[in-house]
Design a protein. Structure first.
Length: 399
C-alpha cells in the first residue's frame, strides 16, 4: 500500500490501572536490563576484536530467558526487549559513523523509562489501544484526534520523572502538505534580552520560563537536600515535586517554541539562522542558565523538521560570520563591539544600528547569498577595506 504524507508521532497522556502500571514498570526494567546485558556483551567482544551484531544479541536474549537469573524476562512482552536491542544497534551504528559517542549503560534512576511496541505488540481498534500482556485498553486522554484512517505502526509508552504516563503513536499523516510558495525570507538572530530578533525589526520577547518558577524550584530543592539519602518515601515525594516543577517549565517552553516555529515556517519561504554551538556557549557560567532556558537547540530542531514538512528552507550561517559587527548598509566591520553595547553607529556611513536587528539583516543577506550561489558558497569573509572577518572579536595584538 502506498502511503502519503509524513510519519508523525502523536503524544497523549494516559492513566493506567494499578495492574497496568506494574506491568509497564516491569517492562521498563526488563528492556533496560536487556540493553545493558547486550551492551556488556558487545563491549567484551569488541575488546577481543570480535564483532557482535543485532542478530547475535537477539540469539543471546533467547539464551538469557532460559537461564535462572534473568528468567523474569519471560514475564513481559518480547517486543520491547527486541526493540531495545535494535536501539542498541542504532547507537553503535551512530558511533561507528562518528555521529555519537560510545553507547552508555542505562541507569535505573537517571535513564528515561520507556518501552517501544511494534505492530505485533499492540492492538488498536475503534480508538482503543491494548498492549501485549494486558487485558484492558489504556485510558488515553485524546486531546487531539489522530488523522482520519491512521493506523499506528509503532507505540511508545513512557513515564517521566514527575510520574506522568504518556503514549506516543507513530503513524502516517496525509494532512501535512507543503505550504503555498512565497518570496518572503527572514533572518533570525538569537539573543537573551529578547528570545529572537527578526530582520524585519520585530523582537520576540523572552518568556524566561525558568525565572518564573525559580523561587518555587529553589524551595523544593532545599527541602530535598535536607531529606535523608536513600530511596525513602519522603525523599521520593519531594523529588517528585521538584520534577513536577521542571516538567511545568519544560511544557511551557515547548509549547511556546511550537507556536513560534510554525509561525516562522508559515510566513517565510527561507529562514536564515546562525549555526551556534550551544554546548560551548553554556560553559560561560554567567550566561549558562539563560542560554539553557532559551532552548536554542530545541528551537533549531523544531524549525528544521517543520520546514522539511511544509516545503520551506532553513539556512544556517557559519557561526564565525561577524553578523553583529558588520554594518548592514555599507559592509564596514566595527573594530570592537563589547556584548553590553546594544546600539552602535557605523564609522563608514554613519548609520545607527540596533545590534540585534543589524545582525538579523546580515544573516538574511548571507543566507540568501548561499541560497542563490549554491550550498558550497560561504558568506563573505572580507570587508571592502581588506580586513579579515573570521571572528567577531578583535584579535589580540602581539606585544
Amino acid at each position: 500500500m502506498t502511503t502519503t504524507g509524513v510519519r508523525r508521532a502523536f503524544k497523549y497522556r494516559f492513566y493506567p490501572t494499578d495492574a497496568q502500571a506494574a506491568e509497564l514498570s516491569r517492562t521498563f526494567g526488563c528492556a533496560r536490563k536487556v540493553y545493558n546485558l547486550a551492551l556488556e556483551a558487545r563491549t567484551e567482544a569488541r575488546a577481543r576484536q570480535q564483532r557482535v551484531d543485532y542478530n547475535q544479541t537477539s540469539a543471546m536474549l533467547t539464551a538469557w530467558k532460559k537461564t535462572e537469573e534473568p528468567a523474569y524476562l519471560n514475564e513481559v512482552s518480547s517486543v520491547p526487549l527486541q526493540q531495545a536491542l535494535r536501539h542498541l544497534q542504532a547507537a553503535f551504528t551512530d558511533f561507528f559513523g562518528k555521529r555519537a559517542k560510545y553507547p552508555r549503560f542505562k541507569s535505573r534512576k537517571r535513564s528515561r523509562k520507556s518501552a517501544e511496541y511494534t505492530t505485533s505488540g499492540f492492538r488498536f481498534r475503534d480508538g482503543r489501544l491494548t498492549l501485549a500482556k494486558m487485558s484492558e485498553a489504556l485510558d488515553i486522554v485524546w486531546s487531539r484526534p489522530l488523522p482520519t484512517g491512521a493506523v499506528p505502526s509503532t507505540v511508545t509508552v513512557s513515564q517521566d520523572a514527575a510520574g506522568r504516563w504518556f503514549v506516543s503513536l507513530l503513524c502516517e499523516d496525509p494532512s501535512v502538505k507543503p505550504f503555498p510558495a512565497t518570496d518572503a525570507a527572514v533572518g533570525v538572530d538569537a539573543g537573551l534580552d529578547h528570545l529572537l530578533t527578526l530582520s524585519t525589526g520585530e523582537k520576540i520577547a523572552n518568556p524566561r520560563h525558568e525565572r518564573r518558577d525559580r523561587a518555587a524550584l529553589g524551595r523544593a530543592q532545599r527541602i530535598l537536600s535536607r531529606k535523608a539519602p536513600g530511596d525513602g518515601a519522603n525523599r521520593r515525594k519531594v523529588r517528585r515535586k521538584v520534577a513536577r516543577i521542571h516538567a511545568r517549565m519544560a511544557d511551557r517552553r515547548r509549547d511556546g517554541l511550537h507556536k513560534l516555529t510554525i509561525r516562522l515556517v508559515r510566513e517565510n519561504q527561507t529562514i536564515v539562522i546562525e549555526d551556534l554551538s550551544v554546548r560551548t556557549m553554556v560553559r560561560n557560567r554567567s550566561l549558562a542558565r539563560a542560554i539553557s532556558d532559551a532552548a536554542r537547540s530545541e528551537f533549531r530542531g523544531m524549525l528544521e523538521y517543520k520546514a522539511a514538512w511544509y516545503g520551506r528552507e532553513v539556512i544556517a550561517v557559519d557561526r564565525f560570520f561577524p553578523s553583529s559587527t558588520l554594518c548592514s548598509q555599507c559592509g564596514r566591520l566595527a573594530e570592537s563591539l563589547p556584548l553590553h553595547v546594544r546600539t552602535w553607529t557605523c564609522e563608514g556611513c554613519g548609520t545607527t544600528h540596533d545590534r540585534d536587528v543589524n545582525a538579523a539583516k546580515n544573516l538574511k543577506a548571507a543566507g540568501l547569498a548561499v541560497s542563490v550561489c549554491g550550498a558550497g558558497a560561504r558568506p563573505r569573509r572580507r570587508t571592502p577595506g581588506g580586513q579579515p572577518t573570521t571572528k567577531q572579536k578583535t584579535p589580540r595584538r602581539k606585544p
